[in-house]
Design a protein. Structure first.
Length: 418
């Protein structure tokens, strides 16, 4: 058809390297490609553009021909795309509740998906969905996350996340569960303080869901629209597992906009202690000061000392998390250095959508006393190539006749070695 744009599968060349077996001495175990001891699955992350948000922000879609903006035109296209790619897991954002109930969920169910949904709080029309193929997984747990907190003034926005724990269906072999998270972080380019706190809340929930009995984490896939660009402090925090935000302006966190005129510097700490999330992005167990005597026996001076200690501990401008996460995409075309884009409309063409995953690592896992907690590894097999802004303007930007959101779907194929 005229105006269609081709995306191809990129197979990731993995010059791998003998796998380090941690358990036992089964060195006679053949490590071959067609081994039975694997579980392959594919994941799509797709912001499908809620119709209400499209209509509220109609200035962003002036470049579009009117008919392509109707939901009755867009939804069949989106469904066709989902059906065509046939991913085992779908992480969808901007899923409008009324459309979810009447069309999206029934359609996906008839394609063999089990669907879970978390609507945004407040009066927001949309939410995040995670759908998975019955044939591939069974559901262990559903864990919605609300980033709105009545008791934390900073957290006055209605964004949400959703974390599922899924059990791969494999004959005869035991498999760890897989933790799949989906979110759509706050858009406001100036409020990096809120974005980082929302991310910390999602990471804390993932920690709690992915945590296994032996203290390690099961494999993790974290998808979504993070409203932050590659290389930004928020993005780097996800990938590096640490961030020193001292002196960082709140408008610089996401990298969506250049100017940080008149912007506040992030406070230390970013979120208050009553959120119950540590600087390591895990839920805090209620900390009781370790004192021999009961509270009533303490003098005021002793209490002051305790407080000072607790405060000193918390006055660090460093964030951490325990996962080692890789991005499915590399965000630039290797030959030209031109950026990939995941969203394109009249005001911007940038990457804000990601599929992050806990990558298989050689040698590190199982080292006694390793600093980083053990995270189950996935191998990236392939990804569906993204496009440049220029590619997209040759088909009139987004949405267009064939691509019915202002975002592109991201797709990855993973392997879990058992
Ligand atoms: O970046 V987005 O689009 O995933 O494509 O996330 C938000 C924005 C989404 C949910 O809040 O609505 C879009 N200017 C541009 N886009 C906006 C604005 C705005 N002022 N407000 C919301 N969105």
């Amino acid at each position: 058809m005229e105006g269609t744009i081709k995306r191809h599968w990129e197979y990731i060349c993995n010059h791998n390297k003998e796998k380090t077996k941690i358990l036992g001495d089964k060195n006679d175990d053949p490590i071959c490609e067609d081994s039975e001891n694997k579980f392959d699955f594919s994941v799509m992350s797709y912001n499908i553009l809620s119709q209400d948000l499209l209509e509220d922000n109609s200035h962003l879609y002036k470049h579009c021909q009117r008919p392509v903006l109707h939901w009755s035109f867009r939804f069949p296209n989106i469904l066709k795309e989902i059906k065509h790619f046939d991913a085992d897991v779908l992480c969808l954002q901007e899923v409008q509740e009324d459309h979810y109930g009447t069309e999206i969920r029934p359609s996906l169910e008839s394609l063999g998906y089990h669907c879970e949904y978390k609507m945004r709080t407040g009066r927001k029309p949309d939410g995040c969905a995670i759908c998975f193929k019955h044939s591939k997984f069974s559901l262990i747990s559903v864990n919605p996350v609300e980033f709105y907190r009545r008791d934390v003034p900073l957290l006055d926005r209605d964004n949400v996340g959703l974390v599922l724990l899924l059990q791969p269906k494999i004959p005869s072999t035991a498999s760890p569960a897989i933790c799949v998270a989906n979110t759509h972080l706050l858009y406001n380019p100036r409020r990096g303080d809120i974005k980082l706190t929302q991310l910390a809340m999602l990471l804390a929930e993932i920690s709690s869901v992915a945590h296994q009995k032996d203290g390690s984490f099961c494999p993790i896939v974290m998808c979504g629209d993070f409203n932050s660009v590659p290389g930004s402090p928020l993005y780097s925090f996800i990938k590096e597992g640490k961030l020193n935000y001292e002196g960082l302006a709140i408008g610089k966190v996401s990298g969506q906009e250049q100017s940080s005129r008149g912007q506040r510097i992030l406070s230390i700490p970013i979120w208050p202690p009553n959120l119950g999330i540590s600087q390591n992005c895990v839920y805090e167990v209620q900390q009781v000061p370790k004192v021999e005597k009961t509270d009533s026996d303490l003098t005021q001076t002793q209490l002051d000392k305790t407080e000072v200690l607790v405060t000193a501990e918390k006055l660090s401008s460093k964030l951490q998390h325990h996962f080692s996460l890789s991005s499915v995409y590399s965000h630039y075309f290797p030959d030209t250095g031109i950026p990939e884009v995941t969203t394109c409309h009249s005001r911007s063409a940038i990457t804000v959508d990601y599929i992050f995953y806990s990558a298989e690592k050689e040698g590190v896992a199982g080292q006694p006393g390793a600093e980083v907690a053990l995270v189950g590894g996935l191998k990236l097999l392939a990804r569906l190539s993204l496009l440049t802004e220029q590619d997209l303007w040759t088909v009139n930007g987004l949405p267009n006749e064939n691509n019915s959101s202002d975002h592109l779907p991201l797709l990855a194929k993973f392997r879990l070695e058992l």
